[in-house]
Design a protein around this ligand. Structure first.
Ligand code: PGA
Length: 223
């Protein structure tokens, strides 16, 4: 079985209470269908639910990891509102999504800022899940895990073709330090197998279909 990542990106959805309900349902479901060893699940909850999810994960299988959807480009200091790697110490945080197109678009994050975020992650052994929108996206040095997320496919119900995603993944690996490429953009239980069966695709990043724990577990079961 091919090693595969599945990342849940909850974005700015879910109150703290809704996140609790999601976790309770998720836990129930994965106790019934344990997650196979070849799969790494990464949960990136909204920041106010991070502590709660971190605590729940202490009781769960080791192949479910904690991530964040963004980190500050700065280390600790006078940066009001930003969440630094210092703030995240002690959470057993393993992954950070960096450079999602929604961050680039709505928060005006540019290549320089994203490179700073990657440096912050590297300095604390947090693995970046660096988002690229296509082959032309600049990838900071040392990034080994990338998510290819074409903008037209995000939240649209129109995923890219597996062949196209595979071609971008192959090109990315051939031209950078990247070792693993995930696909993101309208992934569902219905299409996940077609992506994961592609030679150069090492997992998926799931937005909308992760918001319901049942739907998310259905996707995991296909990997
Ligand atoms: P989607 O989002 O699965 O809702 O298309 C993916 C993402 O933006 O990470």
């Amino acid at each position: 079985m091919k090693k595969a990542y599945i990342v849940a990106n909850f974005k700015s959805h879910k109150s703290r209470l809704e996140m609790e309900t999601w976790m309770e349902t998720f836990e129930l479901l994965i106790r019934q269908n344990s997650i196979p060893e070849h799969i790494t699940v990464v949960l990136t909850p909204p920041m106010p639910s991070l502590m709660y999810v971190a605590n729940r994960l202490l009781d769960l299988s080791h192949n479910i990891a904690l991530g964040v959807q963004d980190i500050s480009p700065f280390s600790e200091g006078a940066y009001t509102g930003a969440v630094s790697t210092k703030n995240l110490e002690g959470f057993n945080l393993q992954y950070a999504i960096i450079g999602h197109s929604e961050r680039r678009n709505y928060f005006h994050e540019d290549d320089d800022m994203l490179a700073q975020k990657v440096i912050q992650a590297q300095s604390t052994n947090i693995q970046s899940i660096f988002c690229i929108q296509g082959e032309e996206t600049a990838i900071p040095e040392g990034v080994s895990l990338v998510a290819y997320e074409p903008i037209f496919a995000i939240g649209s119900g129109h995923a890219d073709t597996p062949e196209d995603a595979n071609a971008v993944a192959m090109h990315t690996k051939a031209n950078s330090s990247v070792e693993s490429v995930l696909y993101g953009g309208s992934v569902t239980a219905g299409n996940v197998t077609s992506f994961i069966s592609m030679e150069h695709i090492n997992g998926v990043l799931v937005g909308g279909a992760s918001l319901n724990a049942h739907t998310f577990v259905e996707i995991i079961k296909k990997l």
